[in-house]
Every structure is written in C-alpha cells, then in structure tokens.
Ligand binder design. Structure first.
Ligand code: NI
Length: 170
C-alpha cells in the first residue's frame, strides 16, 4: 500500500509533470494506486495524493467498465449545466460537501501502455473524473466552495484530525 498525503502536504499543491515513459514502473505505480484506493474505500485517486507529481489518476466507481487509469488526461468538453454532488477526498478524510460541476464531460487520455482514448461520461464517473483531474492542477474540492463553506469544512476536518491524533497516542 502507498501512503496517502493529506491536506497541508505541499505535494498536493504542486504543478504536475506529464508522463513521458510508459514502462513497467508506471504499470506498477498504477496497480499500487488501484490497490491503495480500494483499500481506503475511495472511488478515485490521483498521483499527487501518493506523493507522485505526475499527470495521472485512477478511477473505480465499482460499476462494470468503470475501472480506468487516465494518463496525461485532458477534459476537452464539459456540459453547460452545473449540478451539486456531495464530494469527499482521501486527502481530506472524514469531511464531505456539495460541489457544483458540469454533469457531463468528454475526456481524452492515454492508457497505461500509452494508447490514446476518448471517453464521454456522466453521473458519478463524470464527477470523479473532474475531482481527480483537479488534483493534477494542485486543486482540492474544498477550493471550489465559497469562502464561508470552505472555512467550515476545514474547521471540521481539523477538529477530526486532532481527535485522530489523540486517539493514536492513547
Ligand atoms: Ni480527492
């Protein structure tokens, strides 16, 4: 299992580099990311969350055909609407908030062997893709909330983290 970096860790805010080499090391990283995500009960995980500042993320919505690795992804189309959906993040564990985003997207990316593909998505898959893609630009879901909402969610998170640290010591 890989360590998941948390809110406050600098790697989550860094600009990521394109993946240039599609080798066994990349395939192993992607496999480890899938395992780590499933273990943590997540539906998506981006490379910066495991300390790797590269443009890739994995998604598994637990629906058939929706276990996908996206390398060097680019969202090339978004629907004109903006819909709420409750999001959480393995890097900001324990807190959730509605975030407004387009309901449908089209994304272009490469697979783990470097082969290009294009995918149209709606529903949960579109939501997870947009959330993970944000991670590649150093952005977290809380950045998309207004100031008051964000402060509230961060305060909630910090309170929970304090509780977790106390428990570990006891
Ligand atoms: Ni996240």
């Amino acid at each position: 299992m890989l360590d998941i970096f948390k809110y406050g860790d600098e790697v989550l805010r860094e600009k990521t580099d394109r993946v240039e080499v599609f080798d066994d090391a990349l395939a192993l990283l992607v496999d480890a990311m899938f395992d780590t995500m499933i273990e943590a009960d997540g539906v998506g995980l981006a490379a910066p969350q495991v300390g790797v500042s590269k443009r890739l993320f994995v998604v598994d919505t637990r629906s058939a055909g929706e276990r996908i690795a996206f390398i060097n992804p680019e969202i090339i189309e978004t629907s004109d609407d903006s819909v709420p959906y409750e999001e959480g993040c393995l890097s900001v564990p324990g807190v959730y908030h509605d975030v407004m985003r387009p309901s449908h997207i089209t994304i272009r990316a490469q697979d783990v062997r470097g082969k290009g593909f294009t995918l149209k998505a709606g529903g949960l898959l579109a939501r997870v893709i947009q959330h993970e893609n944000d991670h590649l630009d150093g952005r977290l879901f809380i950045d998309r909330l207004d100031d008051r909402e964000r402060e509230k969610v961060i305060a909630q998170y910090e309170k929970k983290e304090k509780g977790r640290r106390k428990k570990k010591k006891a």
